[in-house]
Every structure is written in structure tokens, then in C-alpha cells.
Write a protein that binds this ligand. Structure first.
Ligand code: BES
Ligand code: MN
Ligand code: ZN
Length: 529
């Protein structure tokens, strides 16, 4: 039953992205995209040379109210002598003043939907810039390519019935007017391919069911990827966790037949000795709730409770492929959360790696338990910055809905950097306060701390709990519980697992500057708090 693709856990979008200098009118493709802004009579960017030829078509469509350039609007047309391609697809970008990278990703995502339906094999697209918003040509090309690739994603590894041999997109050509921009556009397309592939790796991992994507299987995949990219990867087994005293992590794994794994991946792109950025991702391969068992409605969605770990794995392998000049360590505490005769029970008290004792009031608040030990372990690497990402609380959806990642932490500069990366990638964050009075809610009568904080402020009390395990290390926490899964497709995100956080983390890592070299060869980094 295991095909090659399936044993590698991957469903691939294989589109060749290329850039050429030349005229859009003569591009030999099945379909050409024509980007337009709302309220403008001519197309934008490198489609501008077609303005005159397109004027009658655009006027006609506008008069009929069929296409005005509104964001995400699409309209198919015959080439009518304008271009040698077989079809034109008008793509709306909305008001010019409001265009951002996210607008472009969405518009390309919408266009990808039509491209898929039509079974088009080769498209040509103008670069949507230069001269569009404040975006550099490379940023525009990257956003275009990301939107296209991410929208083409389809998780169908378990459909045994052969699909009708619908042609699918295999080639996309960027036609660039200014030859001098070619190298930058080409590099941007390569970057986009790596980034989109990373997001799709995370989607794949989340979409695979828990009987396939077990902690062992994810560890195996991490080892394979690390082998390909020459990263150091080690898998810590249960015996070692016990020897070190990671009883919070081991406690969660007690109910499961699947052995827990602590996956450690090490990418050294920065100077030797430069403090790493450590990323910790919650990797619960299935969350039943344990003895505090969840209701069965929608429980199947808890196969994505490893989305934080998937994001970390995906971001690190992308950092390596992009050769980012930064040291990154990824930690994936991986286990199931199951009820059984050996499972931990409400009221149990476990001693964490930090030495703090935890009263497990609710076995369904398991993410913070495994993260507690992983975060303490992370501090051993003396990180410049420590970031965890987790599908941690249902309360996140109550507080922020499905369009924001919960963010909190102890390091203002780190928090600011994550916010900026979120804005740039459309994976936006919203900060919540980590004020002292919230800590009262997680006081235990019998242990140092308890793992739940009651009805109110669930994202914050979970964060407050985590903060107890990071010591003085500058740390931030991303709660992706409400953004990791969507029931309705979005322009470049099919329904199901979204791969949220991957692009944010890659952007965050991309913005890191290498530490300065002191005379005498000693490396330093800037103060981080
Ligand atoms: N994995 C869940 C959080 C979650 C809920 C993610 C819904 C996605 C959708 C987490 O382990 C959990 O169960 N959290 C509990 C915490 C509570 C017991 C304090 C929750 O949010 O209900
Ligand atoms: Mn849970
Ligand atoms: Zn969980």
C-alpha cells in the first residue's frame, strides 16, 4: 500500500518555475495572466506593453461589469490577436494603493484555481511589477510564485481510485520586461519554490493520519531530510528522557503504545560559536485528551496537533536549503496523548526537567507539559532566542478567531521580529499580555504549578505556564491552535491543514543578520533583550 511518495510522506506540486526576458505578446503558453488594478484602464507591471491591444477587451468587460480589477476577481478571455497564447486570464489586484504581497499571493491563488480546472499545462505571467506598491520586483515575483504553488496543493495520497488523467500545470514562465531584473526574479522564484515546498511539507505531515504519521515516522523523516541536507539530527528515546528527568514529557506518553521521541535537528549556517535560535514545536501526533478525554465530534482533526513540530521541521530544512546565515536548532517533542490503563490521571504530579513539580489537573492540557521539558532542554543550548510554536489552546480561537496567531513572550525585540515576519507573510500574529496576576490562575495547592488556569484567558495562562520553564532565556510563544486547520478553502490554502507558521518562521530566520566578528576572531551577537 505504501507508494514511494507515501513512504516519504509527501504529495508534491511539481511545477517548473522559470523567468525569461521578452514580450508577453509572443509567449508560447496555454494561458497568459493579465494583472489589473481596480479603477485603472490598463494592465499593470510587465503586462503594460499590451495596454493598447487590451483596451477594447478591458473596456468591454468593465462595461458589462464582468471585470473591474477588484481583488481576487478573474475573467477568462480569448487572445483575440493580443497574444499568441491560447487563452488570457484577467486577474484583479484591487486598488493599487492597497496592494501588498498578500494581495498578490491571494490573486495568484485564485488564478491557480482556474488554471487547475482548465487543465492548463503551461502558463506565462508578466512580473506584476515593477511599480506596484512599495514592493521590490523580487518580492513581487516571490509572492506570485508562492500564491500559485500553495494553491495547487492537493492532499490525495490515500485516494486509490485513479483520477481522470487531467493535465496539470507543469511549467510557469515569468516574462520580465527589464532584462536586468532577471537574476533577482530567478532567485526569487527559487526561494519561493523552497518556501512553498516547506509549507506543503507541513501540510502533508498534518494531513497524514496518526496511524501513519507516528512519532517514530516523523523521527525517521527528520533523519532522512537531515541526511539529504547534511544537518545533524539526533533522536532522544524514552530511556534517555527518563534518565534526564523529563517526567512531564514522559508522563504524556504513558498512555500510548507508540514510543515518544525528542527530535533534535541542528542547522549551522552562522558562525561557529554564535548562539543559535532554538525553535520548539509541539508534536502531538494525536490528541485524544487522554483520561480527560475529548468529545468525539471533530476529534479526527486532532491528527494535526503536531502542526507546531511540522512547522519547525519544515522551516529548518528550508533554512538549510536557502543557506541562511544563521544557526538554528529545532526541537520536536513527539508523542501521542492517549487514555489507557497506563495513562497519567488527573491529579497526578510530575517532576519536570526544570525541577518544578506540575499537578496535572487536566490530561488534555498535554501540549504545555511536553513543551515544558522541551523548553527547559532548549535553554541548554544557550539560545540567542527561543521560540515555541504549538496548537496549544482552543481558547485561541475564542479570543482571536481563525485569522491570527496568538503571540506572547518575555523578549520585546523577539516579539517585534515575529510580528513583522507575520505581517510580511500574511501569517499574522496578535500579542497578548503576560501580566503577573495571570500567574495566580496556575497556582497549585499541592505542587509548584498546575497545568490549567480555568475558564478565562486560556491562551495567556498556557503561555504563563510555559514561561516558567524558560529561565532567563529570551523567549516567545506562538499559539496556532485556531489557524492550523480551516474548514473552508482560502485563495491559496485548500481546506484542512494549512501549514501555518512555516512561512512566518522562514521569514523570521531570513531577517536575522549574522553576528559581527570582533577583531581577534571572537564572534559576538547584539544584545537580544
Ligand atoms: N490540542 C489542543 C488544543 C486545540 C483545540 C487545538 C482545538 C486545535 C483545536 C490542546 O491540547 C488542548 O486540548 N487544550 C485544552 C486545554 C484545556 C484543557 C486547558 C483546550 O484548549 O481545551
Ligand atoms: Mn489536549
Ligand atoms: Zn493538544
Amino acid at each position: 500500500m505504501a507508494s514511494d511518495a507515501k513512504s516519504a510522506l509527501r504529495s508534491r506540486v511539481a511545477v517548473r518555475l522559470e523567468a525569461t526576458a521578452g514580450a508577453l505578446a509572443s509567449a508560447a503558453a496555454d494561458l497568459v495572466l493579465i494583472p489589473c488594478c481596480e479603477g485603472e484602464s490598463a494592465p499593470v507591471g510587465d503586462a503594460k506593453p499590451l495596454s493598447k491591444a487590451l483596451a477594447p477587451l478591458l473596456n468591454d468587460r468593465r462595461e458589462r461589469g464582468e471585470f473591474t480589477g477588484k481583488a481576487n476577481q478573474l475573467s477568462l478571455a480569448e487572445p483575440q490577436g493580443v497574444a499568441s497564447a491560447k487563452r488570457l486570464l484577467l486577474v484583479g489586484l484591487g486598488k493599487r494603493s492597497a496592494v501588498t504581497a498578500e494581495t498578490i499571493r491571494r490573486a495568484m491563488g485564485k488564478a491557480a484555481g482556474t488554471i487547475k480546472q482548465l487543465g492548463v499545462a503551461h502558463i506565462a505571467t508578466p512580473l506584476f511589477g515593477p511599480g506596484l506598491g512599495k514592493l521590490a520586483p523580487a518580492a513581487i515575483a516571490q509572492a506570485q510564485a508562492e500564491g500559485l504553488l500553495l494553491a495547487l496543493y492537493d492532499f490525495n495520497l490515500y485516494k486509490t481510485e485513479a483520477k481522470p488523467p487531467l493535465k496539470s500545470l507543469t511549467r510557469a514562465t515569468w516574462v520580465v520586461g527589464d532584462k536586468r531584473l532577471l537574476p533577482a526574479v530567478q532567485a526569487a522564484l527559487e526561494r519561493a519554490a523552497i518556501i512553498a515546498d516547506a509549507a506543503m511539507l507541513a501540510r502533508d505531515l498534518g494531513n497524514h493520519p496518526s496511524n501513519v504519521a507516528t512519532p517514530s515516522k516523523i523521527a525517521e523523516l527528520a533523519l532522512t531530510l537531515s541526511g539529504e541536507l547534511k544537518l545533524r539530527c539526533t533522536i532522544m528515546e524514552r530511556a534517555e528522557m527518563e534518565r534526564l528527568g523529563m517526567w512531564a514529557l514522559v508522563g504524556v506518553a504513558r498512555g500510548s503504545q507508540e514510543p515518544p521521541k525528542l527530535i533534535v535537528i541542528d542547522y549551522k549556517g552562522g558562525h561557529a560559536g554564535e548562539p543559535p535560535i532554538v525553535l520548539v514545536g509541539k508534536t502531538i501526533t494525536f490528541d485524544t485528551g487522554g483520561i480527560s478525554i475529548k468529545p468525539s465530534e471533530n476529534m479526527e482533526q486532532m491528527k494535526d496537533d503536531m502542526s507546531g513540530g511540522a512547522a519547525v521541521l519544515a522551516a529548518i530544512q528550508a533554512a538549510a536549503r536557502l543557506k541562511l546565515p544563521v544557526n538554528v536548532i529545532g526541537l520536536l517533542p513527539a508523542t501521542e496523548n492517549m487514555p489507557s490503563g497506563t495513562a497519567q490521571k488527573p491529579g497526578d504530579i510530575v517532576k519536570s526537567l526544570s525541577g518544578l513539580t506540575i499537578e496535572v489537573i487536566n490530561t488534555d492540557a498535554e501540549g504545555r507539559l511536553i513543551l515544558a521539558d522541551a523548553l527547559t532542554y532548549a535553554t541548554r543550548f544557550k539560545p540567542k532566542w527561543l521560540v515555541d510554536i504549538a496548537t496549544l489552546t482552543g481558547a485561541c480561537g475564542v479570543a482571536l478567531g481563525k485569522h491570527a496567531i496568538g503571540l506572547l513572550g518575555t523578549a520585546p525585540r523577539l516579539i517585534a521580529a515575529l510580528k513583522e515576519a507575520g505581517e510580511a507573510t500574511g501569517e499574522r500574529t496578535w500579542e497578548m499580555p503576560l501580566w503577573e496576576p495571570y500567574y495566580d490562575q496556575i497556582k497549585s495547592h499541592v505542587a509548584d504549578v498546575q497545568n490549567v488556569g480555568g475558564r478565562y484567558g486560556g491562551v495567556i495562562t498556557a503561555g504563563a505556564f510555559l514561561s516558567k520553564f524558560v529561565g532567563e532565556t529570551p523567549w516567545a510563544h506562538l499559539d496556532i491552535a485556531s489557524t492550523a486547520w480551516i474548514d473552508e478553502a482560502r485563495p491559496y490554502t485548500p481546506k484542512g491543514v494549512t501549514g501555518v507558521g512555516v512561512r512566518l518562521l522562514i521569514e523570521f530566520l531570513s531577517r536575522q543578520r549574522p553576528g559581527k566578528t570582533k577583531p581577534g576572531g571572537k564572534r559576538t551577537t547584539r544584545a537580544s533583550r
